[in-house]
Design a protein around this ligand. Structure first.
Ligand SMILES: *Cc1c(COP(=O)(O)O)cnc(C)c1O
Length: 375
């Protein structure tokens, strides 16, 4: 069955073979030896041996794909990226604060998502904007050497890929080298598993699954062990990282089916050759699309070249009156969900891991044909 190419920013396209495998196991899951168990995954107890094996396999495959060091915990939670905007300060804001003070949390604003994180954290901590690219319309990342990090900040939050503005950190900041003892918190919702992570620079990274890992409902948290155990007294127990870690992500019922699906995606990633191989694909896809945009007279992308996102490529038509025709023609050509986020307008093509190079080539061909016919 051929399917159209789906450029949605999230929930997003999944590898077809993962969907097919899940469909084949929907009524009766079988283990690695092929033994049937008579239940679908969403019908299993999360504490039964079948689901425990599914969860352990997903975690260990992810750990080896992303080369997560042993002193980091991998947590499977719920609530998505937006819930983490509260859960992170509830757990980490007091890392370096005296018991009677609101902890200090610092933010680098590079787009809508880091801005949301900053606003939410202000409910639970004393926030501060260490740097911002808002004045330039979120089209750049301020040089880390200029960041104003407070000496007592518990952590510095960045969004490593701004899904709406299409701005990506191609290297993570080295806070130690900047003279800061703060932990680095990274929202990698729309970047996770698209490239390797330099864990030596990270304290905690979180991401909703629905961009690059699987279905909505699962939130991945990877946290350095020494950051656990500092939660505020008001932190909900189900959102206390230490409690979640101590219970192997089963303090409460985890999103079992979403964990299973993410595990199938991790297996698929391993079959593609792992993260280095998928990163090479992602570079090739992004280059093809940016090159088509930059060489055209109709389309443009406003983001500084050094921080253009590989995962989410916003682009605009110089003649906005053609937007509707562009989108309806794209859908007719089997290119779905290209409309830009309502806050910025224009178009956006999301090129997550499951989008093949052929999909990007089909998009480029369509864009060029559309430009020729509307010249
Ligand atoms: C999608 C997204 C979120 C929000 O995730 P929800 O699961 O909707 O809460 C947060 N941060 C980034 C970078 C995202 O792309």
């Amino acid at each position: 069955m051929t399917r159209p190419y789906n450029f949605s920013a999230g929930p997003a396209t999944m590898p077809a073979e993962v969907l097919a495998q899940a469909a084949s196991e929907m009524l009766d899951w079988s283990d690695a030896s092929g033994k049937r168990c008579g239940m679908g995954v969403m019908e299993m107890s999360h504490r039964g041996k079948e689901f425990m094996s599914i969860c352990a396999h997903a975690e260990s495959t992810l750990r080896s794909l992303l080369v997560v060091p042993a002193h980091f915990k991998i947590l499977f939670m719920q609530g998505g990226g937006l819930a983490e905007n509260a859960i992170v300060p509830l757990n980490l804001s007091a890392l370096r604060a005296p018991a009677d003070e609101r902890g200090q949390t610092d933010f680098v604003l590079t787009g809508s998502w880091s801005q949301k994180s900053w606003q939410e954290a202000s409910k639970y901590s004393s926030t501060h904007v260490a740097a911002s690219s808002q004045a330039g319309g979120f089209t750049d990342i301020p040089d880390a050497a200029t960041w104003q990090i407070r000496p007592d900040a518990s952590y510095v939050h960045i969004c490593s890929n701004e899904t709406i503005h299409g701005v990506e950190f191609h290297t993570l900041p080295d806070l130690k080298a900047l003279g800061s003892d703060a932990a680095l918190v990274v929202d990698f919702s729309s970047q996770v598993a698209s490239r390797p992570v330099d864990w030596s620079r990270v304290g905690l990274a979180f991401g909703g699954a629905q961009k690059n890992l699987g279905p909505a409902g699962l939130t991945l948290v990877v946290v350095r062990e020494d950051l656990l155990g500092h939660a505020l007294a008001i932190c909900p127990s189900a959102f206390n990282y230490q409690t979640v870690a101590a219970n192997g992500s089963m303090y409460n019922t985890p999103p079992t089916f979403a964990i299973y699906m993410a595990g199938l995606v991790f297996d698929w990633l391993a079959r593609q050759g792992g993260i280095a191989a998928i990163e090479a694909q992602n570079i090739a896809k992004a280059q093809a699309l940016y090159q088509a945009i930059d060489s055209s007279g109709l389309y443009f992308n406003p983001v500084a070249a050094h921080c253009r996102s590989r995962m989410n490529v916003p682009f605009f038509l110089r003649n906005e009156a053609l937007n509707d025709a562009f989108l309806s023609g794209a859908a007719a050509a089997g290119l779905l969900q290209l409309k830009g986020h309502k806050s910025v307008g224009g178009m956006r093509a999301s090129l997550y891991n499951a989008m093949p190079l052929a999909g990007v080539q089909a998009l480029v061909n369509y864009m060029q044909a559309f430009e020729r016919s509307h010249a």
